[in-house]
Design a protein around this ligand. Structure first.
Ligand SMILES: N[C@@H](CCC(=O)N[C@@H](CS)C(=O)NCC(=O)O)C(=O)O
Length: 202
């Protein structure tokens, strides 16, 4: 049994997309993160910072998008969203999947918030380095080489947010072509439809 703790139009979008790619049944608990004090205090027992997403699976809780993505892709291998342990392509997969939250999300957030920082003194480095790295990585077709994996739900969400929502990432042809490929996926189209319905309160 999978329970997904979600808020529409938030970072938990990437996990909603991954769940749609997996095709496993799940239930959704909506968490109101936008009240004055954020999510209810009771939710802290699930997520220490009262943030979404979180996932409960057969009595265990997983938090942090990178961990949830790795967990789900490994727990449901039938969907083929993670190279197996021992497959050399797992290196690029793990790197891209963790990069999305460890590097790309903070550089986009810092730029969007107008925060100046010395790139060599922070773990995530500079936006320019991230753009150059993403450009060469996504030129291969997907986050981790030739095929779609759970790294794409993470990187794809960050590229969409950075380029289309906050306008921090430049509209490089590689990024546009990548997003066009992602948007052709039925699972992403279902995710966007669900998000729209949730945002309208349906
Ligand atoms: N490190 C977390 C970040 C999740 C996150 O930033 N969630 C935001 C939504 S965009 C949130 O729940 N914010 C509500 C709050 O901080 O009160 C993860 O990767 O899961």
């Amino acid at each position: 049994m999978l329970t997904f703790y979600h808020a529409p139009q938030s970072r938990s979008f990437s996990i909603l997309w991954l769940l749609e790619e997996l095709g496993e049944p799940y239930s959704m608990e909506l968490i109101d993160i936008r009240g004055e004090d954020g999510a209810p205090e009771s939710y802290r027992a699930i997520q220490a910072h009262k943030k979404v997403p979180a996932l409960a699976h057969d009595g265990v809780i997983v938090t942090e998008r990178a961990a949830i993505s790795l967990y789900l892709a490994d727990a449901f291998p039938r969907a083929g969203l993670a190279p197996a342990i021992g497959d050399p392509s797992r290196a690029a997969y793990l790197t891209a999947l963790v990069y999305a939250d460890a590097v790309l999300d903070p550089v986009i957030a810092a730029k969007a918030l107008g925060v100046d920082y010395p790139p060599r003194n922070v773990s995530f480095g500079s936006l320019d380095d991230a753009v150059a790295h993403l450009e060469s990585r996504l030129a291969q077709g997907h986050a981790a080489g030739g095929r779609f994996t759970a790294a794409d739900t993470q990187l794809g969400t960050a590229v969409h947010y950075g380029m289309n929502i906050v306008g921090v990432l430049p509209r490089r042809p590689v990024f546009e072509a990548y997003m066009t490929r992602m948007l052709a996926r039925p699972a992403l189209q279902r995710t966007l439809a669900k998000e729209e319905a949730l945002a309208k309160g349906a």
